[in-house]
Design a protein around this ligand. Structure first.
Ligand code: ZN
Ligand code: ZN
Length: 375
């Protein structure tokens, strides 16, 4: 079928994107779903910082690529072998296609699925297929098995989680990346316990979700750090008890003073090695640092090695919220419906597909948290 999709031809195009227009919205052809594949009609898709990292080259991916990895939609058709989804089901799309059979999957850590990671790195669906073609016959790469800045997408069954059909599409869309990653970092990776002090660095969609997750877990002090005053205000609305300016040279001392010598848990959601160092320094003896940002692969991080032993500090990475998506997304949706995870507060803008370049300018300038394209 013919669909409209947002395509990135090359990385590192300079801003402003409203003028340089690195993303073109094109009519392309979408193959029928193959075995274990599903065609989804997109209802809403969120603009994420990880998309921006592909556009600006921080996270290199094969080009040209049909962008987008955070969305919700309706099942339109299922390919051979898909027995547990049917046309009309509401689904959230997740950015790791989970195979269910590799070592991490069978160990209960599907966010690390080896099959999914290999396909994502290659820009294909699981099985090596590329389902999008330009009129000249050339083939487009998929972004993280999703490519949801498009009217429809064909994805692997493992990229989908069936969800409550009653959520509005813009809300449903953010569960697949921002909420799963941020809330999961707080609940699964950090395992925040009642009354613990938590500092979260970077108030984008993931960081604000981590703040909400910390609050839902019953954290005591929840300290949010960002350079942008408006985002610190949003953090307070999402459950932060204290906010600090990331640009303050006294930041570490302020954090230690606010949390009786250091926080129990620091969550780094910026994706910058320098911020990760500060997050680590802000923890108390015995504290835990969880990082869920994605820095440029060239960045190097250094800590005093002895502190891991002599101070029993823990440093953990968390990908996709260390989630089991089919378990966690329905739980987080229930928390949202109960008013305990107000993810609607993440959404600052609603766009059309044709406004996508302007949307990424806004994200790069720190003027937006979650912008959602409505189809
Ligand atoms: Zn994302
Ligand atoms: Zn797997």
């Amino acid at each position: 079928m013919q669909i409209r999709a947002a395509v990135l031809d090359r990385m590192e195009t300079p801003r402003p994107y409203a003028q340089t227009r690195p993303i073109s919205v094109e009519t392309v052809s979408l193959d029928e779903p193959g075995p274990q594949e599903v065609r989804v009609r997109m209802t809403a898709a969120g603009l994420c910082h990880s998309d921006l990292s592909v556009i600006n080259g921080d996270r290199p991916r094969p080009m040209p690529m049909a962008l987008g990895h955070e969305a919700a939609g309706i099942v339109d058709a299922v390919g051979p072998g898909v027995l547990d989804l049917k046309r009309g089901d509401t689904v959230a799309l997740i950015f790791v296609p989970i195979c269910g059979h590799c070592n991490p999957c069978v160990e209960g850590r599907p966010a690390l699925c080896e099959t999914g990671a290999a396909a994502n790195g290659a820009g294909t669906l699981v099985g090596g297929e590329r389902r999008l073609h330009r009129p000249d016959g050339s083939t487009l790469n998929h972004q993280l098995g999703v490519s949801c800045f498009a009217e429809y997408a064909v994805v692997n069954r493992g990229s989908l989680v069936k969800i409550d059909p009653d959520l509005s599409p813009d809300i449903a869309a953010v569960f697949g990346c921002a909420v799963l990653t941020g809330v999961g970092a707080a609940l699964n990776a950090a395992g925040i316990r009642l009354g613990q002090s938590v500092a979260v660095f970077g108030m984008g969609g993931v960081g604000l979700s981590a703040v909400m997750g910390a609050k839902a877990a019953g954290a005591g002090k929840i300290i949010a750090i960002d350079t942008v005053a408006a985002k610190r205000e949003m953090a307070l609305a999402c459950g932060a008890t204290h906010v600090f300016d990331a640009a303050d040279p006294e930041l570490v001392n302020q954090l230690k003073a606010a949390a009786n010598g250091g926080v129990d848990v620091a969550i780094e959601a910026v994706g910058a090695a320098a911020v990760l160092e500060i997050a680590y320094q802000a923890t108390r003896r015995g504290g835990m640092t969880v990082t869920c940002g994605l820095p440029n692969p060239k960045q190097i991080f250094s800590i005093p090695a002895v502190s891991l032993v002599a101070e029993e500090r823990t440093l953990k990475g968390s990908y996709l919220g260390s989630a089991v998506p089919a378990r966690d997304i329905p739980r987080y949706i229930e928390l949202y419906k109960a008013g305990r995870l107000p993810v609607d507060k993440l959404i600052t803008h609603r766009l059309t597909l044709d406004q996508i370049n302007e949307g990424f300018d806004r994200l790069a300038a720190g003027e937006a948290v979650r912008q959602v394209i409505l189809f």
